[in-house]
Write a protein that binds this ligand. Structure first.
Ligand SMILES: [Zn+2]
Length: 298
């Protein structure tokens, strides 16, 4: 299974709650634990402006490129603006396009990055600048590689940007399972939102997710799933209020892949959030997801 990765995904944010160093640490752990070998990693090309314009407004793209975001727009991103940030998110979007293509070829692929589901067409927020996997879906549709896609968003925060981007689009089914009493507010409706109460643990989470996946896949037949595999439903996450264990999160991954395999659907994984008090836990959760994905690849 191919892993899309670039060193430049790391934004070098230092002590920021978003540990962007995680991408490099995941790569190192995958190699150390022999889950991947060096030749499994492929470097993405930066998305083109045409790719990005399939989702984002020209005005917003220009402001990002020219460093012309307003103070309030930068505040809303909650991460500092820099030319390196622009480079990283352009690469991340290229990475999610590539992961989608590779998943169509190999049944499963991972962008060891991406999952920036809070980015809207005209603005970014909550650490998300460009909605990389929405761009992936639009690119693959435009290339006629797929007609219909499903997003399965298991980040603890609702996928507001994704919901807004695909609102009213019958070719994309957006499923989001998240903590209701948490950012973002408001939550524009996904095709299917599973709103969980604070403190939900493994068994209830897995029940709700299974019901949701069954319901979604009964109604809708996608050509590709983007799995937004946030690590932040974890019980020791600083920005999440659910109580999943490491084992529960791996069962979650397995459930998504098993449901996809039952319908013979390829899955592209993007990582999204993860803010565990111990960064090692975030790394372990993401690494487990990648190990499970590999079992389901060709
Ligand atoms: Zn999150």
């Amino acid at each position: 299974m191919k892993l899309v990765y670039a060193d430049a995904y790391d934004l070098n944010l230092g002590n920021h709650v978003f540990p962007s160093i995680k991408y490099r640490l995941i790569k190192e752990k995958l190699l150390r634990d022999l889950i991947a070998s060096p030749q499994d990693f492929v470097a993405p090309s930066a998305a083109t402006e045409d790719d990005i314009a399939l989702v984002h407004h020209h005005d917003y793209i220009r402001k990002l490129q020219a460093g012309k975001l307003s103070y309030l727009e930068i505040l809303r991103l909650e991460i500092p603006y820099s030319p390196e940030l622009v480079r990283a998110v352009w690469l991340g979007a290229g990475g999610s396009i590539l992961a989608g293509r590779l998943a169509l070829q190999d049944r499963a692929a991972v962008n060891v990055g991406g999952g920036f589901h809070h980015a809207y067409p005209d603005h970014g927020e909550g650490f998300c600048v460009l909605n990389d996997f929405a761009i992936g879906i639009r690119r693959l549709q435009k290339d006629k590689a797929i007609e219909r896609a499903m997003t399965v968003d298991c980040d603890v925060h609702q996928g507001n940007g994704t919901a807004a981007i695909f609102a009213g689009d019958s070719t994309v089914f957006t499923l989001s399972i998240h903590q209701e009493n948490n950012y973002p507010y408001p939550k524009p409706p996904s095709t299917l939102d599973i709103n969980l109460h604070d403190g939900v643990e493994d068994s209830q989470y897995l029940d709700e997710l299974e019901k949701g996946l069954d319901q979604a896949l009964r109604k809708f037949q996608p050509d590709l799933i983007y799995y937004v595999a946030g690590a932040d439903p974890y019980r020791d996450d600083q920005l999440g209020g659910l109580k999943l264990s490491l084992d529960g999160l791996e069962k979650r991954d397995r459930l998504v892949f098993e449901k996809a395999r039952a319908k013979n659907l390829p899955v592209a994984v993007v990582l999204a959030g993860g803010y565990a008090r111990r960064v090692e836990d975030t790394i372990e959760i993401h690494t487990n997801t990648i190990r499970v994905a590999k079992e389901f690849a060709k």
